[in-house]
Structure formats: C-alpha cells, structure tokens
Design a binder for this molecule. Structure first.
Ligand SMILES: Cc1cc2nc3c(=O)[nH]c(=O)nc-3n(C[C@H](O)[C@H](O)[C@H](O)COP(=O)(O)OP(=O)(O)OC[C@H]3O[C@@H](n4cnc5c(N)ncnc54)[C@H](O)[C@@H]3O)c2cc1C
Length: 379
C-alpha cells in the first residue's frame, strides 16, 4: 500500500476505525431512518471531543492538539472512505483565513469560531458580469465596500463573511488587496440569491452596497489580501485530494462486493475477463492516486516548499477519483443511477472536486508558473 504509515499513525488509524464502527455507522443508519443530520452531527461532535479527534485541526492556543499533514491526510482519507455525511462533524473548526488574527479581530471573530459559537464563510469568486471586482475605499479608520461575491458556501447561515477586496484611497489611488471580515447582518450586505449545487452544498450570492467596516476588520496588512486568500485555498487542497481518494476507496469496496455477487447471466460479473480488465485499471489508478497523495502529504510536513506537489495531488487525485467513481457506476449498471443509490450520490459529489479550491486547469497553470518562473517545488 502506498501510505506506508509509521506505527504511531497506524494506532491512530485503528482508533479511527473503532470510531467509525461505533459512532458513525450506527448513526448513519439512524439518519437513513429519518433522524435529522444536525442532531446526529452534534452527537458525533461530542463523541469526537471525548476521544480527541475533534482537536486535531485546532491550534494549541485554543486547546487543540494539531496533527501534521500526513496524519490529517490519513484521517481525512479514512473518514471519506466511510462515505457518511456524519464524518464532517468529527474534526473541530480550524481557524482558516483568520489563523493569524490578533487583537479585536481575534477576540471578536477567531475565538468565537474556535469555540464553535460563530461561523464564517469565504467570499472570493465574483460573477462573470461584475462591472468591477469588489472594492473598498479606505478613509481614516473605515472601509466602505461595494461589489459582489457570487459563490459563497454556507454564506446564507454564516455569522460573517471573509471577502477579498481591492482597496483604494478616497482619490481612487490603488492601495492593494485585503481580506476583510464583514458581519453578515451589516447594513448594505444584501443576499441576492441562495442556491444548491449538485453535491448538496448550500451557497449564496451577495451584493455589498456602501457597507461600512472598521479598518481593524482587515486580516493582516493592507496588500496581503490576494496572497492570504490563495494560501487559505492552498491549505485546503490536500484535504480535497484526501477526500477524493477516500471516496475512491469506498467506491472500489462497493464494486468488489458487486463483482463477487451472483449476476443474472450466471456466475458473477467478476468472472468476466472484460470486467476484470476494467477493474484492474481502477485499482491501478487508485494506487497511483494514493501514492501521489501520501507523497505530497509527507512533503507538506517537511521543510521544503510543497505548493506544486500539493497542486499535483489535488489535480491528479480529483481526476482519478472522477474516473474511478464513473467506472464504478458503469460496472454496477443502471441501479447505480437510481436516485438514492450511494454511487449516485458519490458521482454528484466527486464532480465538484475538480472545480473547488482552484479549477484544475488553473492549478495546472499555477504549477507551470511555479516551476518556470518562481522555482518553487521540485516536481
Ligand atoms: C461546491 C462549490 C463550492 C464553492 N465554494 C466557494 C466559496 O466558498 N467561496 C468562493 O469564493 N468560491 C466558491 N466556489 C467557486 C469556485 O471557486 C469557482 O467555481 C472556481 O474557482 C471556478 O471559477 P468560476 O466558476 O468563476 O469559473 P471560471 O473562472 O469562469 O472558469 C471556468 C473554466 O474555464 C477554464 N478556465 C478559466 N480560466 C482559464 C485560464 N486562464 N486558462 C485555462 N482555462 C481557464 C477552466 O476549465 C475553468 O474550470 C465554489 C464552487 C463550487 C463548485
């Protein structure tokens, strides 16, 4: 197996297997019988706090016991391979874009986020028809924001939005980009639309009309907005790659059972050579994807720059997972497309991964730039 984990990680994995068996799967069953996700999720969160998984994504300063990239990758892949909506309640909220917040920004936003009392959403993507990218005029200690964000996951129910803006002075002179925290209920924050994407995620589109925000709501320094936004997105890419491979493992496990079960033609589908060729190809792809994933995770834990390796993992693993789950649907046949079948849901979920946290072709362009112009990564 490509992961080749040290013994202490294997012990954590064993604990994770016990957690899924005792805390996740029975509740997934209860969910199938109609119990609400939120209540079951709260139970999972409480159980996760008891055994300590909850704290692995939280900084020590907030009582956390943060795990490194390899351990988190191993766990994220494993949670995803359980194919249950409930595993998203296992890890506690991380600081995300607020990780270096200090002063009032820390006390009013970061601390409540870490305590689970407030929730933020990330506003980066803009509509194609925007007249100009979201901007803010800085005068004295106040920003006045105008513009739009078109695809803010969880924005409708968030307490605040962290949005990327171009800042200028009152004469229109450019001062640079900034990530700015905006209270969801501030005057001039207008919810234009809410919508659901095919994997089930809830999103919102916002308009900002002369929204007044104190300048201490800027995360970091003026001019750091774009690099901070991209770094935040970058941190999530390894997570997406791990989820993609976990979903692939679940699909392959399901396929195994299907290929070994009796088929109406007599014997099993797995007896057929043509099916075996396809199946072997999927196993090869999963092996390759997981090798890339674990190599990138080890690199991310080391001292060297891992930007290009993590991009490679995000692109390769999400595309491999798309192929694996697509072929799992094909080999299971029409029943896999019946609404409510677990592969039907997985097929919808895996599609989003090639767009989120950087569309794959844009990441390919970033990788080329990193290699050709910036000398980043040994890839
Ligand atoms: C489930 C989901 C959740 C999301 N959550 C958030 C969120 O919380 N916050 C947020 O800000 N955004 C979010 N997004 C938006 C997401 O970041 C964007 O959809 C993504 O970055 C692509 O941007 P776009 O949709 O504007 O497409 P475009 O930028 O228009 O790109 C469309 C396609 O064109 C091609 N393309 C574009 N530019 C180039 C180029 N220069 N060279 C080559 N090819 C190119 C690529 O194939 C690309 O996929 C989410 C999207 C999804 C699907």
């Amino acid at each position: 197996m490509p992961e080749q984990l040290p013994n202490n990680f294997l012990a954590v994995l064993k604990q994770a297997e016990g957690f899924v068996a005792q805390e996740i799967l029975p509740r997934s069953e209860r969910m199938r019988h109609g119990e609400p996700l939120a209540a079951l999720g709260a139970e999972v969160r409480a159980a996760s706090k008891r055994v300590g998984f909850f704290y692995k994504t939280q900084p020590e300063a907030f009582g956390g016991a943060p795990a490194g990239a390899l351990e988190l990758t191993m766990l994220r892949e494993y949670w995803a391979s359980a194919n249950s909506e409930l595993t998203r309640f296992v890890f506690g909220p991380g600081p995300g874009i607020l990780h270096e917040a200090t002063g009032e920004l820390a006390s009013q936003f970061l601390k409540p986020v870490m305590a689970g009392e407030k929730r933020g959403a990330f506003g980066f993507t803009e509509p194609d028809n925007a007249l100009r990218p979201t901007w803010a005029v800085l005068a004295k200690d106040e920003l006045t924001l105008n513009g739009q964000k078109s695809y803010v996951t969880g924005g409708d129910t968030a307490d605040f939005l962290s949005i990327l803006v171009n800042v200028e002075d009152p004469t229109g002179a450019k001062l640079g980009t900034a990530m700015v925290v905006v209270d969801r209920e501030a005057d001039g924050v207008i919810l234009d639309d809410t919508f659901t994407s095919m994997e089930g995620g809830g999103h919102a589109a916002f308009r900002f009309e002369a929204v007044k925000v104190p300048s201490w709501h800027m995360i970091g320094k003026l001019g750091e907005g774009m690099p901070r936004a991209l770094a935040n997105i970058g941190n999530v890419r390894l997570m997406v790659a791990a989820e993609a491979m976990g979903m692939s493992l679940w699909a392959l496990g399901f396929l195994n059972q299907h290929l070994l079960a009796p088929h109406r033609t007599g014997g099993t589908l797995g007896d057929k050579e043509g099916v075996r060729l396809r199946y072997a190809e999927l196993r090869i792809q999963a092996f390759a994807g997981r090798s890339v994933l674990y190599r990138a995770a080890r690199r991310a834990d080391g001292p060297d720059n891992s930007v290009n390796e993590v991009i490679a993992a995000k692109v390769f693993c999400t595309e491999v997972a798309g192929t694996i789950i697509d072929w799992a649907v094909q080999l299971v046949g029409g029943q896999a497309l019946v609404v409510g079948h677990p592969l039907e849901a997985l097929y919808r979920r895996v599609r989003a991964l090639r767009l989120v946290e950087g569309a794959n072709d844009l990441l390919r362009l970033n990788l080329a730039k990193g290699n050709l112009e910036l000398g980043k990564g040994d890839l």
